[in-house]
Design a protein around this ligand. Structure first.
Ligand code: PRP
Ligand code: URA
Length: 209
């Protein structure tokens, strides 16, 4: 079963409170999502492998660590996932970025794929799929299905707010995928919205409502 990690760092929780607030406007919402993504990227990269090199300081030669150069890919689920990409790239600038276009059919809540573009060596990369919201889990499950169909094997999922229903569905469908979240909310409402959540992440990021 995939593990669930909750990043409850005070800075993340503080910023999360303000993206939940319905009076937070588009500009500030976008900035906060970007900052939360950076802070979550800091946490999710804790286990990156290091290699020792020699560095010449003004005093002497020292042994010191640098990142071992793991190949990574950030994969946002469009649209809302785009809001997290730059924040992550601030810490992992060499990562490649793939895109999966999915929207939830408002009637059936089923995900509909409309775009898929990955780096050519996606099979070899350590992948972090990102989306601010994990609600029913349908979009995340479909995104991981699409990646696995193209040979991807090392996949993690990172979102800001998750509903218990979505976590369970993703864990059941993809037990090999660990899930990283900033908050585990109470439940879904009858329209598949997370309660208390933050509303529609895509609309709030892009000012489309
Ligand atoms: C939202 C959100 C997720 C999805 C989560 O996207 O960004 O992708 O819903 O819901 P689920 O877990 O029930 O699938 P939406 O479909 O509203 O598209 P958008 O990002 O283009 O607004
Ligand atoms: N998608 C969103 O943007 N918000 C929700 O609460 C559920 C799905």
């Amino acid at each position: 079963m995939g593990k669930v990690y909750v990043f409850d760092h005070p800075l993340i929780q503080h910023k999360l409170t303000y993206i939940r607030d319905k009076s937070t406007g588009t500009k500030e919402f976008r900035e906060l999502v970007d900052e939360i993504a950076t802070l979550m990227a800091f946490e999710i990269t804790r286990d990156l492998p290091l290699q020792e090199i020699e560095v010449e300081t003004p005093v002497q030669i020292a042994k010191a660590n640098v990142l071992a150069g793991k190949k990574m890919a950030i994969v946002p689920i469009l649209r809302a996932g785009i809001g997290m990409v730059d924040g992550i790239l601030k810490l992992i600038p060499a990562a490649k970025v793939g895109h999966i276009g999915l929207y939830r059919d408002p009637e059936t809540l089923q995900p509909v794929e409309y775009y898929f573009k990955m780096p050519s060596d996606i099979q070899e990369r350590e992948i972090i799929v990102v989306d601010p919201m994990l609600a029913t889990g349908g979009s995340a499950i479909e995104a991981v299905n699409s990646l696995k169909k193209r040979g991807a094997v090392k996949i993690r999922f990172m979102c800001i707010i998750a509903a218990p229903e979505g976590v369970e569905a993703l864990q059941t469908a993809h037990p090999d995928v660990d899930i990283y979240i900033a908050a585990l909310d109470e439940k879904l409402d009858d329209h598949g919205y997370i309660v208390p959540g933050l509303g529609d992440a895509g609309d709030r990021l892009f000012g489309t409502k």
